[in-house]
Design a protein around this ligand. Structure first.
Ligand code: NAD
Length: 284
């Protein structure tokens, strides 16, 4: 069994991004700018935003966080997005989800300039992804593909089973795998007999949010497992969706949690923002 080390790869990507920022600054005098909108006091959302801000600082990006109260109006968020869309110092806009119930999230995401949509959630970029065109791809599944690529794991012709079908994880994950010529199955909460599907997987990608969803008897020997889940266990430790202790011995490769997909997500946010900057400045 070999661990897929997202921590090491993300550090390598960060170094490359930081070097490119220096070059870009030398040529154009400006650095990539990321604006984050954070609504409410959810500690997990605040922690994610803080991690993203620190990553921006490490690579030399300009970043700004718009913190808004839980009872903020739709109009106020929309006005902030319009401002960011028109701000030449901002290359990427990220709306930390989830937004409070009074807010129409779809409308908010649709308002982001697709050229600044570094999370890849705008329907324009979703459409480009599903048609196999270049655009912004959601950071978590993009990070998974980078990780597979780093370990020379070719998904072409492999049975890839994705569990979880959200717009930010499962669906774009499946689209990327299909674009890379994998045979893809998507399972979700209403899937009957999950084990029947997981046993079929050469590569199993799990992004659900349920501790120990995947157990030893649900996978075949030699399987490759990508554990995207992030859960807080009773003992306070971060764990994924896979019963790592018992399942890992059956795997050829598996991602640890933490240290697998999580750091790759942040690295892809940096790389998407740099990509946006290059397109705005005309640099290739
Ligand atoms: P979500 O709640 O939007 O979607 C969960 C999906 O899992 C749904 O499609 C649902 O149908 C499915 N599901 C729920 N229970 C199931 C079950 N028992 N069997 C099969 N399918 C089931 O969640 P999300 O935003 O997609 O996040 C999923 C997980 O990934 C969470 O643990 C989240 O913390 C994690 N996540 C990690 C990263 C990262 O960087 N590693 C990024 C985003 C999300």
């Amino acid at each position: 069994m070999q661990l897929l080390d997202g921590k090491a790869l993300s550090a390598k990507i960060e170094t490359n991004v930081a070097n490119e920022v220096k070059i870009l600054k030398g040529k154009t005098g400006s650095v990539p700018g990321l604006a984050v909108i954070l609504v409410g006091q959810d500690p997990a959302s605040a922690a994610y935003v803080n991690m993203k801000k620190k990553a921006c600082d490490r690579v030399g990006f300009y970043s700004v966080t718009h913190e808004m109260p839980q009872d903020i109006s739709q109009e106020a968020i929309e006005n902030t997005i319009k401002m960011m869309n028109n701000n030449p110092n901002i290359d990427g806009i990220l709306i930390q989800l989830p937004l409070p119930p009074q807010i129409d999230t779809t409308k908010i995401l649709e308002l982001v300039d697709p050229g600044k949509d570094v999370d890849g959630f705008h329907p324009y970029n979703v459409g480009r992804l599903t048609t196999g065109l270049d655009g912004f791809v959601p950071c978590t599944p993009l990070g998974v593909m980078e990780l597979l690529n780093e370990y020379n794991i070719d998904v072409k012709g492999k049975n890839c089973v994705v569990i979880g079908a959200s717009n930010i994880v499962g669906k774009p994950m499946a689209a990327l795998l299909l674009n890379a010529n994998a045979t893809v199955e998507i399972c979700h909460i209403f899937t009957d007999d999950l084990k029947k599907h997981t046993l079929n997987a050469d590569i199993l990608l799990v992004g659900v949010g349920v501790i120990n969803l995947i157990k030893e008897d649900m996978v075949k020997d030699g399987v490759i497992i990508i554990d995207i889940g992030i859960n807080r266990a009773n003992n306070g430790r971060l764990v994924g969706d896979v019963d790592f202790e018992n399942v890992a011995k059956k795997c050829s490769y598996i991602t640890p949690v933490p240290g697998g997909v999580g750091p790759m997500t942040i690295a892809m946010l940096l790389s998407n923002t740099l990509k946006a900057t290059k397109s705005h400045t005309g640099e290739k």
